[in-house]
Design a protein around this ligand. Structure first.
Ligand code: ADP
Ligand code: MG
Length: 610
């Protein structure tokens, strides 16, 4: 056995860095916490390359005294705690004194700071080596720059994902923090582009609107409940405005976002019976309680907290939601969707990053009114955009046609022509749909039409930056020929933009780690092969826009219902109705017609009526 010795400080710091600094998002979070602890009125965040190349956070807070600069970057040095008892009542976001030291160990860290009524100074730490404190002009407050994260730690750098993925995590870190501190004006810029510009406000709704779009914010319902010194308040989505995932569920305590499965379970309970199983509500909740009732020191990155009385909080959440739903008379079970025309701001969501959720534009359709008892036997969610054949037919019979398409004023790709009240439509031969039209009858190719609708939808949400992407919990492995492997590797970027993320897995194998939600249950492999065929056939592969478009075509083609798929009457009706809101629905993306019209005049002539 080797002898035991104490580790040098830099090794200790680097080990700590492993816990605190995982990726650019962690840097954003730590720097924002530091800035907020300094009591600023505004904070500007700028990133380059998803934060890998640069994270810069500028605040106008209290600054750091010149002689304290070297301490700020020293491990376990903090201005926020003095004695162990302080840990019982933490009132600042930081307290571990580790962040700057850790970051300085694994990147080039530049701090410029000027307290009010003092001169400014700056200090650079590069890979753990601190330079001299030098005088530096500049405004009151602090600027911290982190250049080339893990530039000196290749093993860790290798674990970073693409700038795009890092960006999505980093922007999410910004969003969470911005939600927790509406009273501070905040901006976020990526590669020179302003993504968020949030004025200071006392209204949480306004801050939420700034981040996710005013339309979403306007629809949220206020909730609150208290029990002695514990209280919860916030804004939550109406039951019918449900989501596929938990991305819009935010919990805060003492100015920090946190995760807590127990409390999210309470949220689910609150919506029970009002929302289809498997769907998720939108919630923004803030808990307040005396500092000693919550322990924030249980997680190195402070992502989790521990409450002294979790069950009281659980009940509080439940009470808050239930009271609000009663007041708003939302407790009628499973309301069919009403007033779902709130789409206009979904594009803002795209900027948030990660899986930019196409929040309002994915339509979910409730079961037929009065079908309550039969519901449990049916699939819980009616997804018009999935291949339809796999679904049970039962729910369909008397359902009013589902709005597959919703108004989307931002993209302009939807015509304004309102659908007529109801059209008679019948499926024939499991492949054509026949409807009466103005001056005759129309025969629609169900696959061609659905493909067109899907394609337009994909294109519109991509343009709006709100393409909803579904990460694959179990990535799908796909074995490829060397040519295909090269083709897919060369075009991973346009594929990823279209929501199809493909990563090398070694040898001729790749894994698909995400696909657009609109692709439904279509296996990623099917889509990838289709896209490969299209890419191979393309003459000009240099134009990224053309490539992305081709990917969308491939996706739409594979995810659309096929000729031979039997449709329920409701599905038929939905398809027929939605063709009216999409421009060019009369041609499938290949240019084949989606429908043929036989005019009455023509029929009359054929029957020799004229
Ligand atoms: P902690 O935040 O846990 O105290 P950090 O390593 O993040 O530890 O920061 C060390 C110290 O540097 C802080 O305690 C604070 O005094 C000072 N500091 C860091 N960033 C700022 C800032 N933006 N404005 C003012 N002081 C700062
Ligand atoms: Mg800190």
């Amino acid at each position: 056995m080797a002898r035991i010795h104490k580790l040098p400080v830099s090794v200790v710091n680097r080990i700590a860095a492993g816990e605190v600094v995982e990726r650019p998002a962690s840097v954003v979070k730590e720097l924002l916490e530091n800035a907020l602890d300094a009591g600023p009125t505004r904070i500007d965040v700028a990133l380059e390359q998803g934060g890998i190349a640069l994270v810069r956070v500028v605040d106008d807070g209290g600054g750091i005294e010149r002689e304290d600069l070297p301490l700020a970057v020293t491990a376990h040095a903090t201005s926020k705690l003095r004695v162990a008892e302080d840990l019982e009542r933490i009132e600042t976001l930081g307290f571990r004194g580790e962040a700057l030291a850790s970051v300085g160990e694994v990147a080039r860290l530049v701090i410029r700071s000027r307290p009010p009524a003092a001169t400014g100074a700056s200090l650079t730490v590069d890979g753990g080596r601190a330079g001299e404190v030098v005088p530096d002009g500049g405004a009151v407050g602090t600027t911290v720059e982190v250049h080339q994260l893990f530039g000196n730690v290749p093993a860790r750098r290798a674990f970073l994902r693409s700038p795009q993925t890092e960006w999505s995590h980093a922007s999410e870190a910004f969003v969470r923090t911005a939600l927790a501190h509406p009273d501070v004006a905040m901006t976020l810029t990526h590669n020179g582009r302003r993504v968020h510009d949030l004025p200071a406000t006392t209204s949480w709704r306004e801050r939420i609107g700034g981040l996710f779009g005013p339309a979403l914010a306007a629809k949220l319902i206020e909730v609150s409940a208290s029990d002695g010194e514990l209280s919860v308040s916030g804004l939550v989505g109406r039951p019918e405005d449900d989501m596929a995932g938990t991305r819009l569920q935010y919990l805060f305590v003492a100015g920090r976002p946190f995760r807590d499965r127990g409390l999210l379970h309470a949220v689910q309970e609150g919506y029970r019976g009002l929302m289809l199983t498997g769907r998720q509500p939108i919630v923004f909740l803030t808990f307040s309680m005396p500092a000693e009732m919550v322990d924030v020191n249980v997680h190195p990155a402070k992502m989790e907290v521990r409450f002294r009385e979790p069950s009281r909080l659980y009940k509080l959440v439940l009470a808050a939601l239930r009271t609000a739903f009663l007041e708003h008379d939302l407790t009628a079970p499973l309301l069919p969707p009403v007033d779902r025309g709130v789409v206009a701001d979904a594009d803002r969501l795209g900027a948030v990053g990660q899986s930019p959720a196409d929040v309002w534009s994915r339509s979910t359709v409730g079961p037929p009114p009065g079908a309550g008892a039969a519901r449990s036997a049916e699939p819980a969610v009616f997804r018009p955009w999935e291949p339809l054949s796999s679904r049970a037919q039962g729910a369909a019979a008397a359902t009013p046609a589902a709005p597959l398409w919703e108004r989307d004023d931002t993209t302009g790709s939807f015509a304004v022509e309102p659908p007529p009240a109801r059209e008679r439509a019948v499926q024939m031969q499991d492949r054509y749909i026949v409807v009466e039209c103005g001056d005759g009858i129309e025969v629609i190719d169900q696959h061609a039409l659905h493909e067109r609708l899907l394609y337009e939808r994909l294109k519109a949400s991509l343009a709006a930056g709100s393409l909803e992407v579904q990460p694959l919990l179990i990535p799908e492995r796909i074995d490829l020929s060397p040519t295909d492997l090269e083709l897919i590797t060369d075009h991973a970027e346009p594929l990823a933009r279209a929501g199809l993320r493909i990563e090398p897995f070694g040898g001729g194998t790749v894994v698909a780690t995400s696909k657009p939600v609109l692709a439904g249950s279509t296996p990623a492999e099917e889509i990838v092969r289709e896209v490969l065929e299209r890419l191979a056939a393309l003459e000009n592969r240099g134009n990224p826009a053309v490539l992305v478009d081709e990917v969308l075509h491939g996706l739409a083609c594979k995810a659309a219902i096929k000729a031979g798929d039997a449709l329920s009457p409701a599905e038929v009706e939905a398809l027929v109705r939605d063709r009216r809101v999409v421009r060019e629905s009369h041609h499938c993306p290949h240019g084949r017609p989606t429908s043929l019209v036989f005019s009455r005049a023509e029929l009359d002539r054929q029957f020799r009526r004229t």
